[in-house]
Design a protein around this ligand. Structure first.
Ligand code: NDP
Ligand code: 2IT
Length: 453
């Protein structure tokens, strides 16, 4: 058995019932064989075994009172995975499916993603099995206060800086930041994704979706191609999906889909600015379901209970580019095969680990331009990093300045992934290996400098 397979086997044994975490570890380590040969010092210092073990995991009770006066109890958690290159940094996810294995997979991915951004940020992730869906603003507020009532003692602007993820947007960040500020009597950049009025950065809401499209544009440019006149399929209907759709439109492409966990809409005429504004209002203000899209735009079709990828496969829908922006493991082998058969040749992941390993194999075998999440969706955390910089400087930058920095960062991530792939003997278009190697090397070298800690 190879050295890294042994590391994976040990990790599996120590972390039973955490399939998403093991999947993420396997995906990263299986790209790193070449680093074992080139860097015997990493093996000597057991860097691989150390990097798969979080620095610490905090799990806590979150009690709160619902609108009927009943006491509810959720579980909160924060995994501070690795701070070799900067303070822990990563989102908070509020979704009923959240468990420690999912938070560890996200935290592990975050280490390498953050290293790729060129900014000094370590990896962390947190969240709760709380479901914000169907809750009143008051209930969400009381939950967020209770969550922060414990989390505040573990985070800080130079220690650990959480942000949003699924189920955590501007509203939730506002409640949590307010509670932190009041508790510590301190206005510091402890969270990112804050409102503009109290220290948030322009472009942070847009950053993940825009960045995913910028990354795809970089990949396309290597083949003298662009978004112009391309048909695009997007999954999800939340923060990342909405702003990916906006940027696709700006670059001359046509997005034809959105979905949520209830179903999918397909609009073959394309989702223009007016329709996108409707989706933003529906999802962000009224907090409704995507199904309502077809009531407003009857030429579109709603598929109940099906993901975008199911619909694309079963209806044979053609597209050039796919941007998965919903959740992990949404694209299975049969979806990947159908996408390629129907003409898709570029996939850029706004979500974290949306493609199952078999689907990734199919992309690579078919020479699809494939940007894995840790590279393609790094725009969000990058602008979080820029929000931290602005908070430290006690300044705020203009929209253009932040957007230009975001573009440069996405370009750099694309280039460093490509260069690492070439340097370690992979095809230049193997962004999976390239991103894993480039991210890993930075963190591993920093860990080595500290000795055995
Ligand atoms: P949101 O909560 O804003 O939106 C999530 C969207 O995905 C919703 O439409 C939701 O539908 C759908 N979704 C979530 N879970 C499922 C599921 N199990 N099955 C089907 N649909 C689902 O989250 P974001 O847009 O912020 O996050 C989307 C993805 O992007 C996640 O993978 C996240 O980790 C990743 N990401 C987010 C970043 C950010 O800055 N926000 C940064 C980098 C990555 P429903 O409303 O029905 O739940
Ligand atoms: O997965 C991610 O990169 C995020 N949810 C954003 C993290 C952040 O700190 O902005």
């Amino acid at each position: 058995m190879s050295y890294l397979k042994e590391v994976i086997a040990r990790t599996e044994e120590k972390n039973p019932s955490q399939p998403e975490f093991i999947q993420a570890v396997e995906e990263v380590l299986m790209s790193l064989e070449a680093t074992v040969d080139k860097h015997p010092e990493f093996v000597a210092a057991s860097i691989y075994d150390r990097i798969v073990e979080p620095d610490r995991q905090i799990i806590f009770r979150v009690p709160w009172v619902d609108d009927s006066g009943k006491v509810q109890v959720n579980r909160g958690m924060r995994v501070q995975f690795n701070n070799a290159i900067g303070p822990y940094k990563g989102g908070l996810r509020f979704h009923p499916s959240v468990n420690i294995g999912i938070i560890k997979f996200l935290g592990f991915e975050q280490i390498f993603k953050n290293a790729l951004t060129t900014l000094p940020m370590g990896g962390g992730k947190g969240g709760s099995d709380f479901d914000p869906k169907g809750k009143s603003d008051g209930e969400v507020m009381r939950f967020c206060y209770s969550f922060m009532h414990e989390l505040f003692r573990h985070v800080g602007p130079d220690t650990d800086v959480p942000a949003g993820d699924i189920g955590v947007g501007g509203r939730e960040i506002g409640y949590m930041y307010g509670f932190y500020k009041k508790t510590l009597n301190e206005h510091t950049g402890v969270l990112t994704g804050k409102g503009r009025e109290y220290g948030g950065s322009l472009i942070r809401p847009e950053a993940t979706g825009y960045g995913t499209v910028y990354f795809a544009a970089e990949m396309l440019a290597t083949r003298n191609d662009s978004f112009e006149n391309k048909t695009v399929i997007i999954s999800g209907a939340g923060n990342v999906a909405q702003f990916a759709s906006e940027k696709v439109l700006e670059l001359g492409g046509k997005n034809i889909s959105f979905c949520d966990s209830s179903g999918t809409i397909i609009d073959m005429e394309g989702i223009d600015k007016e329709k996108l504004n409707f989706v933003m209002e529906l999802k962000n203000i009224r907090r409704g379901r995507i199904k309502e899209y077809v009531e407003k735009y009857p030429n579109a079709v709603y598929y109940d209970g099906k993901s975008v990828w199911d619909v694309a496969r079963d209806e044979g829908i053609k597209c050039d580019i796919a941007l998965p922006c919903a959740t992990q493991n949404e694209i299975h082998e049969s979806h990947a095969e159908a996408l390629i058969k129907n003409g898709c040749y570029c996939i850029s992941e706004g979500a974290n680990m949306p493609s199952l390993p078999k689907a990734v194999d199919i992309y690579l075998e078919n020479k699809v331009l494939y940007g894995p999440g840790k590279a393609a969706n790094a725009g969000g955390v990058s602008v979080s990093g820029l929000e931290m910089s602005q908070n430290s400087l006690k300044l705020s930058w203009e929209r253009e300045e932040v957007d230009n920095r975001l573009k440069v960062i996405m370009k750099n991530i694309h280039e460093s992934s490509r260069n690492a792939a070439i340097a370690y003997g992979f095809d230049e278009e193997n962004y999976v290996a390239g991103a894993n190697i480039a991210g890993f090397l930075k963190v591993a070298k920093a860990m080595l400098s500290y000795g055995v800690l």
